[in-house]
Design a protein around this ligand. Sequence first.
Ligand SMILES: [Zn+2]
Length: 491
Amino acid sequence: MKRRDFLQSAVAGAMASAAAPDAAAAGGKTIGIQVGAVSFVDEGVEQVLDVFQKDAAVNTLFIATFTYGRGIAGRQVPGQPLPDHGKQEYDTATFKGGSYTKVHPQYYKDTVLQDFRAPDFGDYDVLEAVLPAARKRGMKTVCWFEDVWSATVPHIAEVQEKHLDGSNATTLCFNNPNYRNWLLGTVEDYSRSYNIDGIMWGSERQGAFANLLGASHGGGGGNPLRITCFCQFCERKARERGIDPARARAGFQALGAMLQSSRQGKRPVDGYYVTVWRLMLRYPELLAWEMLWTDSLRETYSALYNKVKSIKPSIGVGWHIWHNNSFSPIYRAEQDLSEISKYSDFLKMVMYHNCGGERMAGYIRNVSSTIYGDVPQQELLDFHYRVLGYQQEKSLAEIPKTGLSSDYVYREARRAREGLNGTKTQLWPGIDIDIPTGRNSSKSTPEGTRDAVLAAFRAGSDGVILSRKWSEMKSANLAGAGAAIRQLGLA
Ligand SMILES: [Zn+2]
């Protein structure tokens, strides 16, 4: 950095800290934004923080510290238009993923996962680079990492989940001690090595039963034998709970066979819905296995929470809750907030309104080829609007082109806030700013973003997290969030 530039940014930093929009200034509300290392490398730390503070009064950074995914790290997803800031080129060749902070090996002695440093920026440590500047401005820093791995990590095969057919999945098993110890080691590394304010982890997955029914907005229609997890650790845990793994396997095989033949155009004699129920009644292990998976995720949350609190109780710990919570009643039932709140200082419940239309349509398509095979898709959507508590959303043909409304954000936030009443847990809804959608699908606008933020706060939220990452957001849409924050007197 040239001396003149240094002085300029030092002055800018001093001015910014004089008017630091810290949590107190925002009436105690968290104004968060997700950002990956590449943005700080491309645009400069002070410049990025300046924009966050000036455009949206951001007071909390959610820095992507570990992931092998492009959702929260790297530049714009290739194929999507580049935003009006940052390097005007895709990082297709250079994006690798992994840990964007230094790995301190003493915390990873009890796991075979030891070689996961992101090579993207050499020795660059995003927390070392950003923490001092953020602190000077009164901004908080939260380590944000997710359950997304690469098959290239050494020894990963020993940690991967097992499919029903015995083959390895690409996902890792929470009941495998190598993964549990890696997760515990990572939060210990963050807590002891850096002066951070919080840790957020996210897992966008569900159990075998929900997956086999295609009860989510992505994927669907895969090989029914490629559901998880049937590894030795999960089977042992099942037996300890009195669940017979052989009966579970038989149930999943029977359900898989029904779905396989329905794909070949053979409708079950009694229809889809009745046949799924018959299998659930005959094999209650189908549901027991789903709950085993969900409880394993909850135990992981709890273990991570307790680990951090045993090191430094002031570090806030919370979870990113997958968007499927807005579409699938099964997944929503699994997100029992009174239970999860016991080990959550905050929850980022995803309420992405714009991409939500396209995703809701994807969910309806998926389940209309399994359990709801006899129900016309618009009727199925209307049913879901009813049972999920949405009132002002558009038809199946329209929602990919319009997105969901700000009323959806309001209803989701109000429901979650009520579910958390009486607990210590803060609600920070995830707000959609330019999350990639299909070529002909709706795109974020400044007004839509503003209205989503207003709706979240009107519903009583304790903050918002602007998502998914700065490197895919347009400045005008970030400013839309800022307009809401100013309108609410939080800036
Ligand atoms: Zn397993």
